[in-house]
Design a protein. Structure first.
Ligand code: LMR
Length: 327
């Protein structure tokens, strides 16, 4: 009897040891699997398992299945999840307002310009600002440029007047919508489809991959390819968790993250292009390509947002972005 109890105890401890030998990383995000972020997260999970030889298991929770927009970062800070890739807009409400510079309309003319910031010293400086919040920033992942949708054509700034647009929680985005006479409505990503379907809001802005995978095109008659702003992500981890990992494991995970970043950023444009093909094929929404002049008119109408928001996002931050893209 005594021996079997001892054996049982031994078995239990072995099982516990076995269980603790594998580290679980819960990686939560709000978008579909079939998007740049969704695919990069899956890639990272696979690479992490491979490079750590199964010592780390990354569980990816897509589609807001674990947490919605605002809750995500709080969950990370208390350690309920270990990894996230929130859009850059999400860091403004956290108190790191410099991130809201990425929400400024027409701030980048191309992905190449954007990468000068996210892949350079300005990007590194931004990630460092998350440390006092208990967050370690690992990488910037691209999605792409945003376009507007509505149930009526959006060709000129006047077409936005009086319409309610869903935006992410960002003071800069609020001001952007107001600059063309629209009414901004902050809403979680997971609630957008229904809000559009039921007419709670008239329109929205997002990247084409998000528009397509959320089926926005099924409940919006017009998509105007304005490419007026950017959506990308910062991949972040709970700092205490990350610092507590054995150095060799952390190194392998960093390598997996580097590879996932290269992969994700390489496929982002293609994913958005494919999504546009899908939207067009659906025949459910009319895709409008604004002329150069129309796009310029929108840019001009939205330009005062930069001035109005300069104090909020920080004049130094703005200057380093304006300067950085020219270098
Ligand atoms: C949104 O809420 O529109 C986006 O941030 C979703 C995302 O993560 O791409």
């Amino acid at each position: 009897m005594k021996v079997s109890k001892l054996l049982l105890g031994l078995l239990v401890s072995c099982a516990a040891l076995g269980a603790s030998a594998q580290t679980i990383i819960k990686f939560s995000h709000v978008v579909a699997l079939d998007t740049p972020k969704g695919k990069a997260a899956e890639f990272f999970a696979k690479k992490a398992a491979e490079l750590t030889k199964g010592k780390v298991k990354v569980e990816v929770y897509a589609n807001s299945s674990l947490y919605k927009d605002k809750e995500e970062i709080e969950a990370l800070q208390i350690g309920a999840v270990q990894m996230l890739a929130p859009s850059l807009s999400k860091f403004g409400p956290l108190g790191v307002r410099e991130f809201e510079a990425f929400d400024l309309p027409f701030i980048f003319d191309s992905t190449a310009e954007l990468h000068k910031i996210t892949q350079g010293p300005v990007g590194a400086g931004l990630l460092a600002k998350l440390e006092p919040k208990g967050i370690r920033g690992l990488a910037f992942w691209d999605n792409g440029f945003k376009s507007f949708t509505a149930n009526s054509p959006l060709k000129t700034p006047a077409d936005f007047k009086g319409k309610k647009f869903r935006i992410q929680s960002s003071k800069v985005l609020e001001e952007q919508i107001r600059s063309v006479g629209g009414i901004p409505q902050v809403m979680a990503f997971s609630e957008v489809y229904q809000a559009l379907q039921t007419g709670v809001v008239d329109g929205t802005e997002n990247t084409i991959s998000n528009i397509y995978t959320q089926k926005t095109h099924e409940v919006q008659k017009y998509l105007s390819l304005t490419n007026h702003g950017y959506i990308g992500y910062a991949v972040i981890v709970n700092k205490k968790f990350w610092d507590g990992l054995p150095a060799d494991i952390r190194g392998q995970l960093e390598q997996a993250m580097n590879e996932a970043t290269v992969y994700g950023n390489n496929i982002a444009q293609e994913e958005n292009d494919q999504a546009l093909v899908g939207v067009r094929k659906s025949g459910k929404t009319l895709v409008y390509e604004p002329s150069k002049e129309e796009r310029l008119a929108l840019k001009t109408a939205m330009a005062p947002v930069h001035v109005k928001m300069a104090d909020r996002v920080g004049k130094d931050m703005l200057q380093s972005i304006y300067k950085g893209v020219l270098e």
